[in-house]
Design a protein around this ligand. Structure first.
Ligand code: HEM
Length: 145
């Protein structure tokens, strides 16, 4: 086996632009998805801080989470452009399409959550937003090449 044939089988380092693109996408996903988990976990403790405390903290989280969501959309399009030169299988295209739907459900769920007026509706939309976000994340892993 020649040296060149051996090199083709080696794991290769990603180039700098791929590292930047995926690092920004994954960092934004960490803030958007991870923040929802942290916030949900802290709600019982925040209730002890008085009437409206969870809402105030959720509003403060919104100042971090919405920029992270828009960064996911921007870097997501960058991801798509970066991989669009390669022929996609029908499975990849289907997963990508469902991921786009999940991104919309995640954003709409989170938005409705902020607008909801009853605790029941707030909880339901928070759940929809979180499930959509997790699905978008898992499908992102599935399509990452
Ligand atoms: C809630 C929003 C989103 C979340 C949580 C999310 C999460 C992720 C994650 C975790 C990965 C895997 C990264 C890796 O393992 O390298 C990924 C990959 C990917 N995402 Fe997203 N994403 C979101 C929105 C978007 C949007 C809006 C688009 C397109 C417009 C997009 C397009 C892609 C593509 C094409 C890949 C594969 C990249 C590659 O193989 O180089 N994502 N996403």
């Amino acid at each position: 086996m020649t040296h060149l044939q051996f090199a083709a089988d080696q794991l290769q380092l990603a180039n700098a632009s791929t590292v930047l693109r995926l690092s920004l996408h994954v960092l934004a996903a960490a803030v958007w998805v991870g923040g929802q988990f942290v916030l949900a976990g802290l709600v019982p403790t925040m209730r002890g801080f008085g009437e409206g405390a969870p809402q105030k903290v959720a509003q403060a989280f919104g100042r971090l989470s919405w920029p992270a969501y828009w960064l996911l959309i921007i870097t997501g399009f960058w991801n798509y452009l970066a991989v669009s030169g390669t022929h996609a299988s029908s499975g990849w295209s289907a997963a990508f399409g469902i991921k786009m739907l999940m991104v919309v459900i995640a954003g709409v769920g989170a938005l409705m959550h902020t607008k909801a007026t009853t605790p029941k509706a707030r909880g339901m939309y928070a759940g929809i937003g979180l499930l959509g976000s997790i699905a978008a994340l898992v499908l992102g892993i599935a399509i990452a090449g």
